[in-house]
Design a protein around this ligand. Structure first.
Ligand code: SF4
Length: 256
């Protein structure tokens, strides 16, 4: 496939040895004029403080602190008191654990699940019954607009996203009026570690493109799971989207 490489910014495939890291500001991307332009922005007190505290968290916890704790450390350093947790039903157990942990760390916590509002996928999204994960029953849509609205109205000092779907996270970030950080990036096939797929694909260990879509048999197996009539072999070893890899218990029990 012909590469479309006409961007003016190409750091990830840098042919200069990424020498900006060593302090060379003269490449046409990392140019001196740009340094002056951003200096003004970082002079804004709120932004400067956020960037400073992020750097302190990096310093103190480098390769020691996990991200869940780093989020706590950052929030404390910023003086945040009220945190928002926007989570997917897929990780509801972990969301409960983290909600309790944040409270134990002294924060007030507002948490909101993706299915809040219980709006059927057919109602607002125009999906047909066969487009649902498990056709033939009620399936609520993910509702990131409502999640964002509830966190804005709280209002929380920081919104923490936990395993929202690709695209639903986009909508959520579009609608949030508070600072936001991502704690967990959803990946149903790789236990929410998308970087694994990037590495394995580059190494040729998984296909460039996975199977095009679920087979009718897989859809039927997911319906049977919902209805409690699944045989022990149905859908074994697959997530709810039919991708190979670690099936998620919550996925198998719920809609997403
Ligand atoms: S700023 Fe320039 S030198 Fe640095 S990584 Fe990007 S292209 Fe390479």
């Amino acid at each position: 496939m012909a590469l479309k490489r006409d961007s003016k910014v190409y750091c990830a495939v840098c042919d200069l040895g990424q020498r900006c890291y060593e302090g060379d500001p003269d490449c046409r991307v990392s140019r001196r004029a740009l340094r002056e332009e951003v200096r003004e922005r970082y002079a804004e007190p709120g932004l400067k403080e956020m960037s400073r505290q992020a750097a302190f968290v990096e310093h103190y916890g480098y390769r020691i602190w996990d991200r869940a704790y780093e989020t706590v450390a950052f929030a404390k350093r910023m003086g945040y008191e009220h945190l928002g947790l926007a989570f997917c039903v897929t990780v509801r157990d972990e969301a409960e654990m983290y909600h309790r942990y944040l409270e134990e760390q002294g924060f007030r916590v507002t948490s909101v699940m993706c299915k809040t509002g219980s709006i059927a996928k057919e109602e607002l999204l125009g999906l047909a019954d066969e487009d649902k994960v498990r056709p033939g029953g009620f399936e609520p849509m993910c509702n990131p607009v409502a999640q964002a609205k509830l966190l804005n109205e709280a209002p929380v000092d920081l919104a923490i996203l936990m395993a929202l779907c690709v695209g639903h996270d986009t909508v959520m970030i579009q609608h949030l009026e508070v600072p936001v950080t991502v704690l967990v990036a959803k990946d149903r096939a790789f236990d929410h570690k998308p970087i694994e797929a990037i590495r394995l694909r580059a190494a040729g260990e998984i296909p460039q493109e996975p199977a095009a879509e679920r087979t009718p048999e897989q859809v039927a197996a997911h319906v049977a799971e919902r209805d409690g009539t699944a045989s022990s072999s149905a859908g074994a070893g697959r997530g709810s989207d039919g991708a190979a890899g670690g099936a998620d218990t919550a996925d198998e029990e719920t809609n997403e």
